[in-house]
Write a protein that binds this ligand. Structure first.
Ligand code: FES
Length: 145
């Protein structure tokens, strides 16, 4: 049911932990399953994401998607990180079962929430970034991915 990559990131998640005094931190949750994801970014003066850590209190797919998401955004600019969508995360993991697609959305939301926090703290506007919806339960109901 799960790809080898999903199992690998679930069993050996990358970048687990916290960053002290992060440039941005975002926490998102899905009200339906109750899973919560928190992402910490360390962003330098050039807007490059130097370090990423995450903590996920949730299902295996949520752990795997957040692990992969941190790998994908590390070393990228803030703008490039916005291109790390849930689809990109799923592709990098060789897919997810349909019932687990919302877990990858949580990862995308966590990235956005951390970037939003960074933007707020620095009084900047990141083009294309919308204020994150912390509870994505409604979104997953009627949108197609
Ligand atoms: Fe909800 Fe995976 S079951 S995040």
């Amino acid at each position: 049911m799960y790809s080898e990559k999903v199992m690998d990131h679930f069993n050996n998640p990358r970048n687990v932990g916290e960053i002290e005094n992060p440039s941005g931190v975002g926490t998102v949750g899905n009200a339906k399953c109750g899973d919560i994801m928190r992402m910490y970014f360390d962003i330098d003066d050039q807007g490059v994401i130097r370090d990423v850590k995450f903590k996920t209190f949730g299902c295996g797919a949520a752990v795997a998607t957040s692990s992969m998401a941190t790998e994908l955004v590390k070393g990228k600019t803030v703008k490039e990180a916005l291109e790390v969508t849930n689809k990109a995360v799923m592709e990098a993991l060789d897919g997810l079962p349909p019932v687990k697609v919302h877990c990858s959305l949580l990862a995308e939301e966590a990235i956005h929430a951390a970037l939003w926090d960074y933007a707020q703290k620095n009084h900047i506007v990141i083009e294309g970034l919308k204020e994150p919806v912390n509870d994505i339960a409604e979104k997953s109901e009627d949108e197609e991915y």
